[in-house]
Design a protein around this ligand. Structure first.
Ligand code: GTP
Ligand code: MG
Ligand code: ZN
Length: 337
């Protein structure tokens, strides 16, 4: 407590806030009232491509944003040259509040989390039925990330021309995750495309999965070529000559209800360091009431968990608890298992 005010430093500390009052910090900064609103379509090493009205604009983050990164799907405020002309670079001065965030860490021990996509409402978890072989552990991890991030999962099983979907569908039946089984043959006559539109129209869907499962093939079938070209979509070619996606990209669906699909680069793993089990359980409204008697900070995957008794009393389907536990335990197992 200051009694005599002899210390000039201390005086300074006390006086300074009074002079400026309690106004929020944003009032001190430039207001950018003239800023335009846009959406981030892709990010490539600090360069962002944004959609402002119907123009594609190149932009970079303004310094005042500090460390906060804008990601694909972000709604942003942009100032500067918004002509979209070649060699122009506008500045992103604000990142809007996000309705959802899809996060991942490189692995489970890695405290550094990355936001992959913002404001998506659906996560399409893409798995090939063969080539590459399905990896249920990765599906489980993506499901957990979806539930944790507030996205509705959609299971997309591709390459049904190569193998049957029965086994996987049985495995995920109890979870009640909506699913689509596709192959490029079906895409040709529009059957799967129609099905996809049923799930995709009017929503923003991020496509994730292992490399080579067919995410880009699907997205390309869903978005007319001229729309893709207008966003300057480029795929890099890997050493083996295959096209692989190198950065996330949002593309507008040609649908009267609107909607976006977001293609992302293939992932080998989906680290879940950031996940909070209490958020995951919210995706299981039939089980959630049964956690009322759980010990504090219960992992719902331990001997004292009250869910066992709840299910034994007949309040919920045991297969649902089994599925929840399988998801929660993905964090305790190594990914390749
Ligand atoms: N047999 C079969 N092959 C397919 C099908 N869909 C895609 N492919 C092939 O699978 C390979 C990978 O497809 P992509 O769409 O590039 O896969 P991706 O998931 O985008 O891969 P990354 O960008 O590396 O993450 C390509 O050679 C496609 O031609 C399908 O339905 N059946
Ligand atoms: Mg791809
Ligand atoms: Zn519990």
């Amino acid at each position: 407590m200051r009694r005599y005010g002899k210390n000039p430093d201390e005086d300074d500390v006390r006086v300074r806030p009074n002079r400026k009052g309690n106004r929020p910090r944003t009032n001190i900064r430039p207001k950018h009232e003239d800023a335009s609103e846009g959406m981030v379509l892709t990010v490539d090493r600090g360069r962002l491509t944004c959609l402002v009205e119907d123009r594609i604009i190149h932009a970079m983050k303004a310094r005042e944003l500090g460390r906060k990164a804008a990601v694909v799907g972000d709604r942003v405020s942009i100032v500067g040259d918004l002509s979209g002309d070649k060699d122009t670079l506008a500045r992103i001065v604000r990142i809007g509040a996000r309705s959802s965030v899809l996060r991942r860490t490189a692995d489970d021990d890695d405290p550094y989390e990355r936001v992959v996509v913002a404001n998506a409402d659906q996560l399409a978890i893409v798995t090939a039925l063969a080539d590459p072989e399905p990896r249920p552990r990765l599906i489980d991890r993506c499901l957990v990330a979806a539930y944790d991030g507030g996205l509705t999962p959609l299971l997309v099983l591709t390459k049904s021309d190569l193998a049957s979907a029965d086994e996987l569908l049985e495995m995920y039946g109890a979870l009640g995750v909506p699913h689509v089984v596709t192959s490029w043959e079906e895409f040709g006559d529009g059957v799967a495309a129609g099905l996809m539109r049923e799930h995709l129209s009017g929503r923003t869907t991020a496509f994730v999965g292992h490399s080579g499962v067919g995410k880009t093939t699907l997205v390309n079938a869903l978005v007319p070529e001229e729309r893709r070209r207008s966003t300057g979509h480029v795929n890099a070619v890997t050493g083996r000559g295959r096209h692989t996606t190198t950065s996330a990209l949002a593309l507008p669906l040609a649908d009267e209800k609107g909607g976006w699909v977001i293609d992302t680069p293939g992932v080998r793993s989906f680290g879940l360091h950031h996940v909070d089990p209490s958020r995951v359980i919210l995706a299981f409204p039939d089980l959630e009431p049964g956690t009322a008697n759980c010990p504090r900070s219960c992992s719902h995957n331990e001997p004292d968990c009250a869910l066992d008794a709840w299910v034994a009393e007949g309040h919920a389907d045991p297969a649902r608890l089994y599925s929840l536990r399988r998801l929660l335990s993905t964090r305790e197992r190594r990914e390749g298992d």
